[in-house]
Design a protein around this ligand. Structure first.
Ligand SMILES: C[S@@+](CC[C@H](N)C(=O)[O-])C[C@H]1O[C@@H](n2cnc3c(N)ncnc32)[C@H](O)[C@@H]1O
Length: 207
């Protein structure tokens, strides 16, 4: 699928569906917050949430006092929803409407967080473009926290095919500049009570 059609897909999802209508909704993004904490992040750490959508991760980071947060997503409607929820606090966040595979990062971050965006990249060229952005945007010594569906997780999400990963296969997709630091499985409960097997993998940018 071309970038424009994928963007239209996500814009349509966030325009027509509420939080409780999407399988990935999480009231409390606890696994992400725990991993961000365990990687030694402080309120001064720069964090970018890739494919952040309307996630509540940003609300939690703002509440914890993080001062340098960016949320990037294909869908302006998703970011508008998050912005509206945050109210005046939305001004503390940088909102970026972009396709991560085409994004031109203009600065670097300590933490790259991605929950359920990378796994939609089924074309190797798109994965290569993602990794190129990751290398440009993540500081050496910084951490990439990437959550995908696990090998026994669903084959599709939001009607689109996904690639499922364990930590080793994700490491191969990222290449030798990233060293695995931590891997954990997480059973996500959808708003309608089914379970999805997620894999959270954390990599340190070595070079
Ligand atoms: C399953 S949702 C997860 C949203 C959010 N990370 C969360 O945990 O609630 C996937 C998100 O990735 C975004 N996305 C998918 N492909 C993208 C791309 N190539 N560039 C930017 N965002 C993308 C979608 O717009 C959507 O918000």
């Amino acid at each position: 699928m071309e970038s424009e059609s994928r963007q239209a897909h996500w814009q349509n999802v966030y325009t027509n569906k509420g939080e409780n209508d999407v399988s990935w909704f999480q009231e409390n993004p606890a696994p992400s917050l725990e991993l961000i904490d365990r990687m030694g992040a402080t309120p001064a750490s720069a964090i970018v949430d890739i494919g952040g959508g309307a996630s509540r991760l940003v609300d939690n980071l703002v509440a914890k006092g993080f001062q340098d947060i960016a949320v990037l997503d294909f869908s302006a409607a998703a970011l508008d929803a998050a912005r509206a929820r945050l109210g005046a606090k939305a001004g503390k966040v940088t909102w970026i409407v972009a396709d991560v595979t085409l994004w031109e990062p203009s600065r670097t971050y300590d933490i790259w967080h991605d929950r359920a965006a990378f796994h939609f990249l089924t074309d190797p060229n798109d994965r290569g473009a993602y990794v190129a952005r990751l290398k440009r945007a993540l500081k050496v010594g910084g951490h990439a926290i990437i959550a995908t569906f696990a090998p026994d997780g669903p084959e599709r999400c939001s009607g689109l095919p996904v690639v499922r990963y364990d930590a080793a296969s994700l490491g191969r997709a990222l290449g030798p500049d990233f060293g695995l630091v931590e891997a954990l499985r997480h059973a996500h409960a959808t708003p309608w009570g089914s379970q999805q097997a997620f894999q959270f993998s954390v990599f340190r940018r070595e070079g």
